[in-house]
Design a protein around this ligand. Structure first.
Ligand code: UDP
Ligand code: MG
Length: 311
């Protein structure tokens, strides 16, 4: 098998069939053997039925359908797809046709024509999004590159074509909180970038709200950096220093100038200041502890309800 397409699908009933057709159109002519691994991530619409239909009506195509027992998120869907991908090269691609099969073909060609290259990553120079969102994403990349031990390339997507050895490396990372941009960087290998422009979504709507994206960004920072824990230490240290200095200033004022301090205001200020810092740092520590807690429970990354696979 030359290629495995991993296609995470969540509420994509109107897209999967067209995705399949378009990809067939592009890759039929290539003369490579390939398979599809559709992962139905607990869709609430009829994606499951559409996929089963696709599976049953295309006996000549190598299609695997993994149906999750509920929605586990795209990251888990990618992981399940990787577990079922038997190809020498693997392509992770969205079902909504924002990531065109034609681009995937260019990526495949690049991968096969450059033997030293292990992974081709599609990246968007220009994004179809508002100024505020762009600025937020830019800030996120600045921040995470400051604090994480690996490099995150701005605009790099999880639309990737890579060799089987990259898949094997990723499967060695069974962490529960998955942040694929970080995971791809972490495993290393020779990554090359191809510029692409995401198309409009074929049908349905994006599952990413600004709030979900924000949570995902925080999750990414926590997964790949312990810097926030050090921030807690630094802030704690600074505030202690501040209080010691302030104590001596007050003492000197009292002893030399006999100035009476307005006690209540000062006390109120100090209490709010320090309890704020305490809560903030406890919060950061709590974030990490909650991750440790979830990881030690050792829960699987997903539960498959049903797997359809050609023998
Ligand atoms: N997806 C998924 N599980 C989810 C959310 C999304 O498998 O919980 C899939 C979705 O079906 C699509 C891909 O991930 O194939 C990208 O999702 P989406 O188009 O919503 O993201 P965007 O393109 O807006 O970043
Ligand atoms: Mg999309």
């Amino acid at each position: 098998m030359d290629i495995s397409f991993i296609v995470p699908c969540y509420n994509e009933e109107e897209n999967v069939e067209l995705f399949f057709k378009e990809t067939e159109k592009v890759f039929r002519a290539v003369g490579a053997t390939y398979q599809y691994v559709f992962v139905n991530d607990g869709s609430r619409d009829s994606t499951r039925e559409v996929l089963i239909n696709l599976y049953e009506h295309n006996p000549d195509s190598n299609i695997t359908v993994v149906n999750f027992s509920r929605n586990f998120g795209k990251e888990s869907a990618i992981y399940a797809g990787l577990e079922h991908a038997d190809g020498n090269t693997i392509c992770v691609i969205d079902a909504d046709l924002q990531q065109r099969p034609e681009v995937a073909l260019n990526m495949y060609r690049h991968l096969t024509e450059h033997p030293h290259c292990d992974c081709v990553c599609a990246f968007q120079k220009q994004r179809r999004e508002g100024r505020i969102m762009s600025a937020c994403k830019l800030a996120f990349y600045k921040l995470i590159n400051q604090v994480a031990e690996i490099e995150f390339k701005s605009g790099a997507s999880d639309f990737r074509f890579f060799k089987a050895k990259v898949r094997d490396a990723i499967l060695l990372m069974p962490e529960y909180h998955r942040f694929s941009k970080g995971i791809f960087s972490w495993v290393g290998f020779q990554v090359e970038y191809i510029e692409y422009e995401a198309d409009e979504r074929n049908a349905g709507e994006s599952k990413w709200s600004p709030f979900k994206l924000f949570k995902y960004a925080i999750s990414g920072i926590i997964a790949f950096s312990t810097a926030p824990l050090h921030i807690a230490t630094v802030i704690g240290g600074l505030s202690t220093l501040f209080s010691v200095v302030y104590f001596f200033i007050t003492l000197v004022r009292k002893l030399t100038y006999h100035i009476n301090v307005d006690g209540f205001t000062q006390l109120a200020l100090i209490i709010t200041f320090f309890s704020g810092i305490l809560l903030f740092t406890i919060g950061i520590i709590g974030e990490y502890i909650s991750r440790i807690y979830q990881q030690v429970k050792n829960r699987p990354i997903y539960i498959a309800d049903e797997i359809l696979k050609k023998k």
